[in-house]
Design a protein around this ligand. Structure first.
Ligand code: APR
Ligand code: PHB
Length: 397
């Protein structure tokens, strides 16, 4: 098999890149190790920056998002029993965000790709990227036979390879260790996330900092709530009964006044570790990394999906310029361009995480600083604007 751009991974990064290249008249093949059912059921985050919404619309993947997505013009911060609203349009140049689950974005992109896009192979596990710094890199993969029969090993020769295979993928490993630098930080806590069949108890997301731990109230639709609790790293979700989850959420969201958290049946429960990670550079020869394959942010700033989108927009632009004119200018600056934005998102995500999560190793002094930071955001339009600008998304450079 041969193609211009071999794309490893059919998550949001790989699928959107395929869409953008297809629209620019370039051919590509997407290899995804999992089955379609699995990819479409995976629960991930759900906040789209304005720029992400614009890209999805422009590439024809915005129809259902525009019907079912919820426009959010702010978030609420809760701490010390008080609520403070961050008004996005007032604090930025009129920008806001869309609540629309990543799972739904993936379903929309898969449907488009299968309808009229370039090939998308499910059950195609990439084993290695070979000769990434030669003129014709090769992807070695195994494609599952029908009914799960042991697949055949195959190769895909490419002009370029896009490593969009997430944090546990193989693309990153094709870059020699001596050519890469890794920057990372682990957090001593995780998030226990639940989906519940109950209308959200709020109109906008609530980020709550409580002595007992952080809690987040998000949503998937007017009927479905998405909630998170800070728990110690290594927590087993089975240790948390539904009743214990609701009691803990109610305690952490407690606020002066008569607000109450509505309860309902919990339909999914999982624990997500928190991590900050960047691998530099994001390019080696003709291999380009995008999305979680190159960087991870803790979910507190809702930046993971949006960063993956800006990476592939940048990559699609660079590949298109090369395709149309032969110029490698944008390919050569790809890593640097992406990393500037990646580090801003890393900074913001670490800031949101540090500011909102209490943890036992903190000194009382650090705890007071955390509260003073939140007080400052609540009191100062400048401090609120700093949060709002980052949350709605910095402009694409
Ligand atoms: N071969 C083929 N596919 C692979 C391989 C492999 N060896 N390894 C991983 N994959 C696939 C995974 O099954 C997954 O579908 O690559 C895809 C990577 O998708 P994501 O992990 O969703 O990463 P990405 O597309 O970069 O999306 C960015 O934003 O909200 C965050 O972390 C969240 O997934 C999200 C991300
Ligand atoms: C979500 O809805 O899953 C969500 C929202 C905001 C975040 C993280 C996750 O910061």
């Amino acid at each position: 098999m041969r193609t211009t751009v071999g794309i490893i991974g059919g998550g949001p990064a790989g699928l959107l890149l395929a869409r953008l290249l297809h629209r620019a008249g370039m051919d590509c093949v997407v290899l995804e190790s999992r089955e379609r059912r699995y990819v479409e059921a995976r629960q991930r985050a759900g906040i789209l920056e304005q720029g992400t919404v614009d890209v999805l619309r422009k590439c024809g993947a915005g129809a259902r998002m525009d019907r079912e997505g919820l426009l959010h013009r702010g978030i609420e911060l809760r701490f010390e029993g008080r609520a403070h609203r961050i008004d996005f349009p007032a604090l930025t140049d009129g920008r806001s965000v869309m609540v629309y689950a990543q799972t739904e974005v993936v379903k929309d992109l898969v449907a488009l790709q299968l309808a009229d896009g370039p090939p998308l192979l499910f059950g195609a596990e990439v084993l290695a990227v070979e000769d990434p710094d030669s003129a014709t890199p090769t992807i070695r993969f195994r494609h599952e036979g029908r009914e799960g029969r042991e697949g055949r090993e195959q190769t895909l020769s490419c002009d370029f390879v896009a490593g969009c295979d997430g944090f546990h993928g193989v693309a990153r490993r094709a870059i020699p260790a001596e050519r890469t630098a890794v920057f990372e930080r682990d957090y001593p806590y995780s998030w226990l996330g639940v989906l519940a069949d109950v209308p959200p108890s709020c109109e906008e997301l609530i980020y709550a900092r409580h002595r007992r731990g952080f809690a987040l109230h998000s949503m998937r639709s007017p009927q479905v709530s998405r909630l998170y609790l800070q728990v110690p790293a290594g927590t087993d979700p089975a240790d948390w009964s539904d009743e214990r989850i609701w009691d803990e959420l109610s305690a952490r969201f407690a606020v002066d006044g008569d607000w109450a958290l509505e309860r309902g049946p919990i339909t999914a429960k999982s624990v997500t570790p928190m991590r900050s990670y960047v691998q530099e550079p994001m390019r080696h020869g003709r291999l380009f990394l995008a999305g979680d394959a190159a960087h991870i942010v803790p979910p507190t700033g809702a930046k993971g999906l949006n960063l993956a989108v800006t990476d592939v927009v940048t990559l699609a632009r660079a590949l298109t310029l090369h395709h149309e004119t032969g110029s490698t200018e944008l390919l050569d600056s790809y890593s640097e361009t992406c990393l500037r934005r990646v580090w801003q998102a890393e900074r913001f995500s670490a800031f949101m995480t540090d500011t909102l999560h209490p943890h036992p190793d903190r000194t009382p002094f650090e705890e007071r600083l955390q509260l003073a930071q939140l007080e400052r955001i609540a009191a100062s339009p400048a401090a609120s604007a700093e949060l709002a600008e980052n949350y709605v998304g910095l402009p694409l450079s």
